[in-house]
Design a binder for this molecule. Structure first.
Ligand SMILES: Nc1nc2c(ncn2[C@@H]2O[C@H](COP(=O)(O)OP(=O)(O)OP(=O)(O)O)[C@@H](O)[C@H]2O)c(=O)[nH]1
Ligand SMILES: [Mg+2]
Length: 371
């Protein structure tokens, strides 16, 4: 169970990050109500005042420090993230930038701690109530101006975490089909057709702007089906964040790539560019098995489909609109996935389930024999 949870989006576990204004307000209210613990021995009026002032400064510093430190420690360790989430995190926020933000926040927390120690010492050196109150006010002023330095960083972090929490959960232990292709070829329509995923379908290119997961029941397990934003035929460094999410899914989580083509008149990208794109992807990820699918055959004549076969050499002809070719495609995709499960080391644990089934079967046979 725990293992499964760890496979999920780690940013979902990040707890609420308070803006600086709330940190200040909350810490001051705690500090104001702070009074020194009662001592057994009788104390003079000055001693009581000194103890209370020290308590106020300590509580104020501790409350701010705890909140700042929590932001840093509760943030998932970037270097230990699954490569998929690390790359997505890099795309959305820039991992170096995030590390710097976290570093600055903990730096401010350490500075507050240092000033607290310094001012407590200063409080120890006087027994004058007016000076003590002045030192306490000085502490408040210095803490606030320091914590305000983190205002921009914390604001950015709140925005980033919100975006990162929206990245779907994926489970490393499950086989994953990534549906990719040029914009508007029908990727989302296919994902809706074969899985529980419900991505938006639109007549215009780039309807899908982020990765969307659906699930699909297989014989012994479920598979994840990933809908990705459309890709254009262009060099890697010119790709935008939306496209790069597709590449990230292909790179880190795809066990099979379903690459879709659209050769109808509606196509957003000419056939040649779709082929360039396909070749570019399989060259970059030569280890990942792929299936080539020609969609929207309802819009093509038999001659056009035949011609496509020569130029694309596609594995399947389908129409997600009329459902033509879909049953055959799903059967074959399931077979391919079961093959991946059998041959890929990382799905060993799923196969053990299969062995368990066989074992149950064998013990049934044995019982028959005994009777
Ligand atoms: N005629 C026909 N239209 C289809 C077929 N499949 C999808 N469409 C239409 O093509 C358009 C794009 O479909 P989507 O499923 O959103 O395509 P996509 O590849 O996810 O598009 P992006 O997310 O924008 O890259 C929609 O208007 C669909 O209704 C099909 O087999 N035949
Ligand atoms: Mg789409």
């Amino acid at each position: 169970m725990n293992e499964k949870k760890e496979n999920r989006n780690p940013f979902r576990r990040v707890s609420h990050i308070s803006p600086v204004k709330d940190i200040i307000e909350y810490s001051f209210s705690r500090s104001q109500s702070a009074i020194a613990k009662k001592q057994k021995k009788r104390r003079t009026r000055e001693e009581k005042i000194a103890a209370n002032e020290k308590a106020k400064v300590t509580v104020l510093a501790t409350e701010i420090i705890t909140r700042l430190d929590n932001i840093v420690t509760k943030f998932p360790s970037i270097d230990q993230l699954h490569p998929f989430y690390r790359e997505i995190c890099d795309l959305i926020g820039g991992t170096n930038k995030i590390k710097k933000i976290l570093g600055r926040i903990s730096g401010i927390s350490r500075q507050i701690e240092k000033i607290k120690v310094e001012l407590i010492e200063k409080l120890d050196q006087t027994n004058h109530p007016v000076i003590m109150a002045e030192i306490r006010r000085e502490a408040g002023g210095r803490f606030v101006s320091l914590v305000k330095k983190a205002q921009g960083d914390i604001k950015q972090l709140i925005r980033l975490v919100k975006q990162l929490k929206a990245v779907p959960d994926f489970d490393v232990s499950l086989p994953t089909v990534v549906v990719a292709g040029a914009p508007n070829v029908g990727k989302s329509s296919l994902v809706r057709e074969i899985s529980t995923g419900t991505p938006e379908i639109g007549e215009y290119p780039f309807t899908t702007k982020k990765i969307i997961f659906g699930h699909w029941d297989l014989l012994y397990t479920i598979a994840q089906v990933v809908d990705t934003p459309g890709l254009l035929d262009r060099p890697f460094k010119e790709r935008n964040i939306i496209e790069l999410q597709s590449i990230t899914s292909i790179r880190h989580i795809s066990d099979i790539i379903v690459f879709m083509f659209d050769l109808s008149k509606e196509t957003a990208l000419p056939q040649e560019e779709q082929l360039n794109l396909f070749n570019d992807i399989i060259e970059k990820f030569p280890e990942t098995p792929f299936i080539k699918v020609l969609n929207k055959v309802d819009l093509l004549s038999p001659t056009e489909i035949e011609e496509a076969q020569t130029s694309l050499n596609q594995d399947f002809n389908i129409s997600t609109l009329t459902k033509e070719g879909i049953p055959n495609f799903t059967i074959k995709l399931k077979e391919a996935l079961n093959q991946v499960i059998k041959t890929n080391e990382k799905f060993k644990s799923l196969l053990q389930l299969e062995i368990a089934e066989e074992y149950i079967h064998k013990s049934d046979e044995k019982m028959d024999y005994d009777i």
